[in-house]
Ligand binder design. Sequence first.
Ligand SMILES: NC(=O)c1ccc[n+]([C@@H]2O[C@H](COP(=O)([O-])OP(=O)(O)OC[C@H]3O[C@@H](n4cnc5c(N)ncnc54)[C@H](OP(=O)(O)O)[C@@H]3O)[C@@H](O)[C@H]2O)c1
Length: 300
Amino acid sequence: MRVLIVGCGYVGLPLGAELARLGHEVFGLRRSAGGEDALIAAGIKPLIGDVSKSETLAPLPGPFDWVVNCVSSGKGGAAEYREIYLNGTRHLIEWLAPTPLKKFVYTSSTSVYGQTDSSLVKESSSTQPQSETSQVLVETEKLLLDAASARKFPAVILRVAGIYGPERGHLYQQYLRDEARIAGKGERLINMVHRDDVVACIITALKSGKPGEVYNAVDDEPVTQLHFFRWLSETLGKDLPPFATEEENAARKRGLTQKKVSNRKARMEMGWQLKYPTFRHGYSAEIKRTQDGGMLDAGK
Ligand SMILES: NC(=O)c1ccc[n+]([C@@H]2O[C@H](COP(=O)([O-])OP(=O)(O)OC[C@H]3O[C@@H](n4cnc5c(N)ncnc54)[C@H](OP(=O)(O)O)[C@@H]3O)[C@@H](O)[C@H]2O)c1
Protein backbone atom coordinates (compact mmCIF):
# COMPACT_ATOMS: atom_id res chain seq x y z
CA MET A 1 0.00 0.00 0.00
CA ARG A 2 0.99 3.62 -0.49
CA VAL A 3 0.42 5.18 2.89
CA LEU A 4 0.38 8.81 4.06
CA ILE A 5 0.68 9.56 7.76
CA VAL A 6 -0.47 13.07 8.48
CA GLY A 7 1.26 14.12 11.70
CA CYS A 8 4.41 12.11 12.34
CA GLY A 9 4.90 12.63 16.06
CA TYR A 10 4.70 10.37 19.10
CA VAL A 11 2.22 7.99 17.45
CA GLY A 12 2.76 8.73 13.75
CA LEU A 13 6.50 8.04 13.72
CA PRO A 14 6.41 4.48 15.19
CA LEU A 15 3.27 3.82 13.14
CA GLY A 16 5.15 4.74 9.96
CA ALA A 17 8.14 2.67 11.03
CA GLU A 18 5.93 -0.39 11.58
CA LEU A 19 4.09 0.07 8.25
CA ALA A 20 7.44 0.44 6.44
CA ARG A 21 8.70 -2.69 8.21
CA LEU A 22 5.61 -4.51 6.94
CA GLY A 23 6.61 -3.58 3.39
CA HIS A 24 4.35 -0.60 2.66
CA GLU A 25 5.54 2.59 0.97
CA VAL A 26 5.15 5.18 3.71
CA PHE A 27 5.12 8.99 3.52
CA GLY A 28 5.05 11.10 6.67
CA LEU A 29 3.77 14.67 6.77
CA ARG A 30 4.89 17.12 9.42
CA ARG A 31 4.33 20.83 9.78
CA SER A 32 7.89 21.86 10.48
CA ALA A 33 11.21 21.03 8.88
CA GLY A 34 14.06 19.55 10.93
CA GLY A 35 12.81 16.08 11.82
CA GLU A 36 13.52 14.47 8.45
CA ASP A 37 16.43 12.34 9.69
CA ALA A 38 14.26 10.50 12.23
CA LEU A 39 11.66 9.78 9.56
CA ILE A 40 14.21 8.59 7.00
CA ALA A 41 15.85 6.36 9.64
CA ALA A 42 12.41 4.80 10.25
CA GLY A 43 11.93 4.09 6.52
CA ILE A 44 9.45 6.96 6.05
CA LYS A 45 9.62 9.48 3.20
CA PRO A 46 9.39 12.92 4.80
CA LEU A 47 6.97 15.56 3.53
CA ILE A 48 6.31 19.06 4.82
CA GLY A 49 2.82 20.57 4.83
CA ASP A 50 0.21 22.17 7.03
CA VAL A 51 -3.28 20.66 7.09
CA SER A 52 -4.73 24.01 8.10
CA LYS A 53 -3.50 25.44 4.76
CA SER A 54 -5.14 23.48 1.94
CA GLU A 55 -2.75 24.85 -0.69
CA THR A 56 0.12 22.93 0.95
CA LEU A 57 -1.66 19.57 0.38
CA ALA A 58 -2.20 19.77 -3.39
CA PRO A 59 1.50 19.36 -4.34
CA LEU A 60 1.95 16.20 -2.22
CA PRO A 61 2.84 13.03 -4.19
CA GLY A 62 -0.57 11.27 -4.15
CA PRO A 63 -2.64 9.27 -4.71
CA PHE A 64 -2.50 7.20 -1.53
CA ASP A 65 -4.28 3.95 -0.62
CA TRP A 66 -4.31 4.53 3.13
CA VAL A 67 -4.19 7.84 4.99
CA VAL A 68 -3.95 8.26 8.76
CA ASN A 69 -4.71 11.64 10.27
CA CYS A 70 -2.89 11.77 13.59
CA VAL A 71 -1.96 15.43 13.78
CA SER A 72 -2.12 16.97 17.20
CA SER A 73 -2.43 20.56 18.28
CA GLY A 74 -0.33 19.81 21.36
CA LYS A 75 -1.69 21.87 24.20
CA GLY A 76 -3.50 24.39 21.98
CA GLY A 77 -6.84 25.99 22.87
CA ALA A 78 -10.18 25.81 21.08
CA ALA A 79 -9.17 28.14 18.21
CA GLU A 80 -6.13 26.02 17.40
CA TYR A 81 -8.18 22.83 17.71
CA ARG A 82 -10.63 24.25 15.17
CA GLU A 83 -7.80 25.05 12.74
CA ILE A 84 -5.92 21.80 13.06
CA TYR A 85 -8.57 19.15 13.69
CA LEU A 86 -11.73 20.56 12.10
CA ASN A 87 -10.42 22.65 9.21
CA GLY A 88 -7.44 20.35 8.72
CA THR A 89 -9.74 17.33 8.37
CA ARG A 90 -12.05 19.30 6.05
CA HIS A 91 -9.06 20.09 3.82
CA LEU A 92 -7.96 16.46 3.84
CA ILE A 93 -11.44 15.25 2.83
CA GLU A 94 -11.68 17.79 -0.03
CA TRP A 95 -8.20 16.88 -1.23
CA LEU A 96 -8.58 13.08 -0.96
CA ALA A 97 -12.26 12.45 -1.81
CA PRO A 98 -11.73 12.49 -5.61
CA THR A 99 -8.80 10.02 -5.35
CA PRO A 100 -8.94 6.19 -5.18
CA LEU A 101 -8.44 6.21 -1.39
CA LYS A 102 -9.14 2.87 0.33
CA LYS A 103 -9.13 3.88 4.00
CA PHE A 104 -8.80 7.03 6.10
CA VAL A 105 -8.20 6.61 9.84
CA TYR A 106 -8.61 9.54 12.20
CA THR A 107 -7.39 9.44 15.80
CA SER A 108 -10.05 11.21 17.84
CA SER A 109 -10.16 11.02 21.62
CA THR A 110 -12.19 9.43 24.41
CA SER A 111 -12.53 13.02 25.70
CA VAL A 112 -15.60 13.26 23.41
CA TYR A 113 -17.47 11.30 26.11
CA GLY A 114 -18.64 13.71 28.79
CA GLN A 115 -20.11 11.09 31.20
CA THR A 116 -19.62 11.79 34.91
CA ASP A 117 -21.51 8.83 36.43
CA SER A 118 -18.83 6.08 36.26
CA SER A 119 -20.87 4.35 33.56
CA LEU A 120 -19.50 1.94 30.98
CA VAL A 121 -19.13 3.97 27.80
CA LYS A 122 -19.51 2.37 24.38
CA GLU A 123 -19.26 3.90 20.91
CA SER A 124 -23.06 4.26 20.87
CA SER A 125 -23.01 6.26 24.14
CA SER A 126 -23.75 9.97 23.90
CA THR A 127 -20.96 12.44 23.13
CA GLN A 128 -21.67 15.68 24.94
CA PRO A 129 -18.33 16.87 26.28
CA GLN A 130 -18.22 19.99 28.41
CA SER A 131 -14.93 21.36 27.15
CA GLU A 132 -14.83 23.46 24.01
CA THR A 133 -11.80 21.59 22.69
CA SER A 134 -13.55 18.22 22.95
CA GLN A 135 -16.60 19.70 21.23
CA VAL A 136 -14.36 20.51 18.27
CA LEU A 137 -13.37 16.83 18.14
CA VAL A 138 -17.05 15.84 18.06
CA GLU A 139 -17.59 18.26 15.15
CA THR A 140 -14.56 16.79 13.37
CA GLU A 141 -15.95 13.27 13.79
CA LYS A 142 -19.31 14.43 12.42
CA LEU A 143 -17.62 15.89 9.36
CA LEU A 144 -16.00 12.52 8.66
CA LEU A 145 -19.14 10.48 9.36
CA ASP A 146 -21.17 12.75 7.06
CA ALA A 147 -18.53 12.38 4.33
CA ALA A 148 -18.61 8.59 4.83
CA SER A 149 -22.37 8.39 4.36
CA ALA A 150 -22.84 11.12 1.72
CA ARG A 151 -19.70 10.63 -0.38
CA LYS A 152 -18.54 7.12 0.52
CA PHE A 153 -15.41 8.67 2.01
CA PRO A 154 -13.75 5.62 3.69
CA ALA A 155 -13.32 7.19 7.13
CA VAL A 156 -12.82 5.14 10.28
CA ILE A 157 -12.69 6.94 13.62
CA LEU A 158 -10.67 5.74 16.59
CA ARG A 159 -11.41 7.35 19.96
CA VAL A 160 -8.06 7.06 21.68
CA ALA A 161 -7.67 7.09 25.48
CA GLY A 162 -4.76 8.69 27.38
CA ILE A 163 -1.61 7.45 25.67
CA TYR A 164 1.38 6.28 27.71
CA GLY A 165 4.69 4.72 26.77
CA PRO A 166 8.32 5.85 26.48
CA GLU A 167 8.65 9.41 27.91
CA ARG A 168 4.84 9.80 28.13
CA GLY A 169 2.12 9.16 30.67
CA HIS A 170 1.20 12.30 32.50
CA LEU A 171 0.46 10.91 35.99
CA TYR A 172 3.46 8.57 35.91
CA GLN A 173 5.83 11.35 34.90
CA GLN A 174 4.41 13.57 37.66
CA TYR A 175 4.84 10.72 40.15
CA LEU A 176 8.48 10.23 39.20
CA ARG A 177 9.09 13.99 39.63
CA ASP A 178 7.34 13.94 43.06
CA GLU A 179 4.74 16.35 41.70
CA ALA A 180 1.74 13.98 41.68
CA ARG A 181 -1.28 14.57 43.92
CA ILE A 182 -4.14 12.16 44.52
CA ALA A 183 -7.33 14.01 43.58
CA GLY A 184 -10.29 13.79 46.00
CA LYS A 185 -10.34 10.33 47.56
CA GLY A 186 -8.48 8.88 44.57
CA GLU A 187 -11.68 7.58 42.98
CA ARG A 188 -11.23 9.32 39.66
CA LEU A 189 -11.15 6.79 36.82
CA ILE A 190 -8.32 6.77 34.30
CA ASN A 191 -8.70 5.23 30.85
CA MET A 192 -5.38 4.56 29.13
CA VAL A 193 -3.68 2.78 26.29
CA HIS A 194 -0.05 2.03 25.49
CA ARG A 195 1.40 3.66 22.39
CA ASP A 196 2.30 0.26 20.85
CA ASP A 197 -1.35 -0.72 21.10
CA VAL A 198 -2.47 2.55 19.49
CA VAL A 199 -0.15 1.78 16.57
CA ALA A 200 -1.58 -1.76 16.36
CA CYS A 201 -5.14 -0.41 16.55
CA ILE A 202 -4.52 2.02 13.67
CA ILE A 203 -3.03 -0.75 11.50
CA THR A 204 -5.97 -3.01 12.37
CA ALA A 205 -8.37 -0.19 11.42
CA LEU A 206 -6.56 0.36 8.11
CA LYS A 207 -6.99 -3.33 7.31
CA SER A 208 -10.34 -4.20 8.89
CA GLY A 209 -12.08 -1.04 10.14
CA LYS A 210 -15.48 -0.45 8.58
CA PRO A 211 -15.91 2.97 6.92
CA GLY A 212 -18.36 5.14 8.80
CA GLU A 213 -17.68 3.30 12.07
CA VAL A 214 -16.24 4.49 15.37
CA TYR A 215 -14.06 2.34 17.65
CA ASN A 216 -12.68 3.03 21.11
CA ALA A 217 -8.91 2.51 21.43
CA VAL A 218 -8.43 1.91 25.15
CA ASP A 219 -7.03 -0.96 27.20
CA ASP A 220 -9.11 -3.55 29.06
CA GLU A 221 -9.09 -1.99 32.52
CA PRO A 222 -10.17 1.48 33.59
CA VAL A 223 -8.47 2.11 36.92
CA THR A 224 -8.90 4.56 39.79
CA GLN A 225 -6.11 7.02 40.50
CA LEU A 226 -5.58 5.55 43.97
CA HIS A 227 -5.27 2.01 42.62
CA PHE A 228 -2.85 3.21 39.93
CA PHE A 229 -0.61 5.09 42.38
CA ARG A 230 -0.75 2.19 44.90
CA TRP A 231 0.48 -0.19 42.22
CA LEU A 232 3.26 2.20 41.19
CA SER A 233 4.21 2.75 44.83
CA GLU A 234 4.42 -0.99 45.54
CA THR A 235 6.22 -1.75 42.27
CA LEU A 236 8.80 1.02 42.60
CA GLY A 237 9.12 0.95 46.41
CA LYS A 238 8.37 4.66 46.54
CA ASP A 239 5.92 6.57 48.76
CA LEU A 240 2.35 7.19 47.63
CA PRO A 241 1.87 10.77 46.46
CA PRO A 242 0.08 13.08 48.91
CA PHE A 243 -3.64 13.81 48.62
CA ALA A 244 -4.49 17.12 46.95
CA THR A 245 -5.59 20.02 49.14
CA GLU A 246 -9.20 21.22 49.10
CA GLU A 247 -8.20 24.24 46.98
CA GLU A 248 -6.39 22.01 44.48
CA ASN A 249 -9.41 19.71 44.26
CA ALA A 250 -11.82 22.62 43.79
CA ALA A 251 -9.65 24.09 41.02
CA ARG A 252 -9.48 20.77 39.20
CA LYS A 253 -13.06 19.59 39.54
CA ARG A 254 -14.73 21.58 36.77
CA GLY A 255 -15.40 19.59 33.62
CA LEU A 256 -13.86 16.35 34.87
CA THR A 257 -15.40 13.20 33.48
CA GLN A 258 -15.85 9.89 35.27
CA LYS A 259 -16.33 6.94 32.94
CA LYS A 260 -15.20 3.45 32.01
CA VAL A 261 -14.51 3.29 28.30
CA SER A 262 -15.07 -0.11 26.66
CA ASN A 263 -12.83 -1.56 23.93
CA ARG A 264 -15.10 -4.49 23.15
CA LYS A 265 -16.11 -3.28 19.68
CA ALA A 266 -12.53 -2.78 18.44
CA ARG A 267 -11.53 -6.20 19.75
CA MET A 268 -14.59 -8.15 18.64
CA GLU A 269 -15.44 -6.43 15.35
CA MET A 270 -11.99 -5.40 14.03
CA GLY A 271 -9.91 -8.08 15.74
CA TRP A 272 -7.62 -5.64 17.57
CA GLN A 273 -5.22 -7.53 19.86
CA LEU A 274 -3.58 -5.71 22.73
CA LYS A 275 0.03 -6.30 23.70
CA TYR A 276 -0.56 -4.49 27.02
CA PRO A 277 -4.16 -5.25 28.10
CA THR A 278 -3.79 -3.39 31.41
CA PHE A 279 -1.65 -0.58 32.81
CA ARG A 280 0.20 -3.21 34.87
CA HIS A 281 1.43 -4.94 31.71
CA GLY A 282 2.35 -1.66 30.00
CA TYR A 283 3.99 0.06 32.97
CA SER A 284 5.89 -3.10 33.98
CA ALA A 285 7.44 -3.02 30.51
CA GLU A 286 8.04 0.73 30.72
CA ILE A 287 9.64 0.50 34.18
CA LYS A 288 11.88 -2.34 33.00
CA ARG A 289 12.88 -0.30 29.93
CA THR A 290 13.85 2.72 32.01
CA GLN A 291 15.60 0.62 34.69
CA ASP A 292 17.58 -1.29 32.05
CA GLY A 293 18.61 2.04 30.55
CA GLY A 294 19.60 3.35 34.01
CA MET A 295 17.06 6.15 33.65
CA LEU A 296 15.01 5.49 36.78
CA ASP A 297 16.13 6.69 40.21
CA ALA A 298 15.85 4.30 43.13
CA GLY A 299 12.59 4.86 45.03
CA LYS A 300 12.37 6.54 48.39
N1 LIG B 1 -1.57 11.94 23.65
C1 LIG B 1 -2.73 11.45 24.06
O1 LIG B 1 -2.88 11.03 25.22
C2 LIG B 1 -3.88 11.36 23.09
C3 LIG B 1 -5.12 10.95 23.56
C4 LIG B 1 -6.16 10.84 22.67
C5 LIG B 1 -5.97 11.12 21.33
N2 LIG B 1 -4.76 11.54 20.88
C6 LIG B 1 -4.58 11.81 19.44
O2 LIG B 1 -3.57 10.96 18.96
C7 LIG B 1 -2.97 11.57 17.81
C8 LIG B 1 -1.46 11.48 17.90
O3 LIG B 1 -0.98 12.28 18.95
P1 LIG B 1 0.58 12.43 19.24
O4 LIG B 1 0.73 12.36 20.71
O5 LIG B 1 1.33 11.48 18.38
O6 LIG B 1 0.86 13.92 18.74
P2 LIG B 1 2.28 14.67 18.64
O7 LIG B 1 3.39 13.85 19.18
O8 LIG B 1 2.08 16.04 19.19
O9 LIG B 1 2.53 14.78 17.06
C9 LIG B 1 1.70 15.57 16.27
C10 LIG B 1 2.26 15.65 14.86
O10 LIG B 1 1.36 16.44 14.11
C11 LIG B 1 2.10 17.37 13.34
N3 LIG B 1 1.28 18.54 13.11
C12 LIG B 1 0.78 19.40 14.03
N4 LIG B 1 0.06 20.37 13.43
C13 LIG B 1 0.11 20.10 12.10
C14 LIG B 1 -0.41 20.73 10.95
N5 LIG B 1 -1.15 21.85 11.05
N6 LIG B 1 -0.15 20.20 9.74
C15 LIG B 1 0.60 19.07 9.62
N7 LIG B 1 1.12 18.41 10.68
C16 LIG B 1 0.89 18.94 11.89
C17 LIG B 1 3.32 17.68 14.16
O11 LIG B 1 4.32 18.16 13.28
P3 LIG B 1 5.55 19.04 13.84
O12 LIG B 1 6.32 18.11 14.73
O13 LIG B 1 6.31 19.43 12.62
O14 LIG B 1 4.93 20.19 14.58
C18 LIG B 1 3.63 16.29 14.74
O15 LIG B 1 4.41 15.57 13.83
C19 LIG B 1 -3.51 12.99 17.75
O16 LIG B 1 -4.56 13.03 16.79
C20 LIG B 1 -4.07 13.22 19.13
O17 LIG B 1 -5.10 14.16 19.13
C21 LIG B 1 -3.72 11.65 21.73
